[in-house]
Design a protein around this ligand. Structure first.
Ligand code: NI
Length: 193
């Protein structure tokens, strides 16, 4: 397994609309899915979409349980990384088939370092997707899990949460990026935010 490079805003590749996988293509993508999970846990993220690593495939991985407990242990063993982590969700070709209610959550994104802002999304959803065996499943999600699913599925359509925040917050962040770009000694990005 390897830690995949996470693209950062405003990289144009983050705007790619990723392509769906055929069920019989999933088995061949297990190494990639393991890399995505490995990268998500190592980057301290609660979700990651393949698009964020420059891979044009509709695959997302999520584990929101680590939001409540940052010290929750997780397995990074190649043999069981996809099965030993009980709260890990892997969704191929995820689609929202039901939406209800509204919630607002302060979001962050591994592709937009050092930026957090409130985003309004549906409070409750149902997601239809394929699992790693290519079988269809439907998962209901509320609250944080619902928000995380919506955030990650947006990534597969080239949509970033910064598109959904107030224009003022967005322009302040864009201005800070320009300043950073012009600085001689650029600091390493902080993936933990
Ligand atoms: Ni994100």
């Amino acid at each position: 397994m390897q830690f995949l490079k996470i693209l950062e805003y405003p990289d144009p590749k983050l705007r790619t609309k990723a392509r769906p996988l055929k069920p019989d293509e999933i088995a061949g993508n297990i190494p990639l899915i393991k890399d995505l999970v490995y990268t998500m846990y190592n980057a301290d993220g609660i979700g990651l979409a393949a698009t964020q690593t420059g891979i044009d495939k509709r695959i997302i991985v999520l584990d929101v349980s680590r939001k409540a407990d940052k010290n929750k242990p997780f397995s990074l063993n190649e043999a069981d990384i996809l099965t030993a982590n009980k709260d890990l969700i892997i969704a191929v070709n995820p689609e929202i088939i039901f939406k209800e209610g509204k919630t607002s959550y302060e979001e962050g994104c591994l592709s937009i370092p050092k930026f957090n802002a409130d985003v309004e999304r549906a409070w409750e959803i149902k997601v239809k997707a394929l699992d790693i065996s290519g079988r269809e499943f439907v998962v209901p999600a509320k609250d944080l899990l619902s928000v995380a699913f919506q955030h990650e599925i947006d990534h597969l359509d080239g949509i970033l949460f910064i598109d959904k925040v107030s224009p003022l917050k967005r322009s302040l962040y864009n201005a800070s990026l320009k300043k950073k770009k012009s600085a001689k000694h650029e600091k390493e990005p902080d993936y933990t935010s």
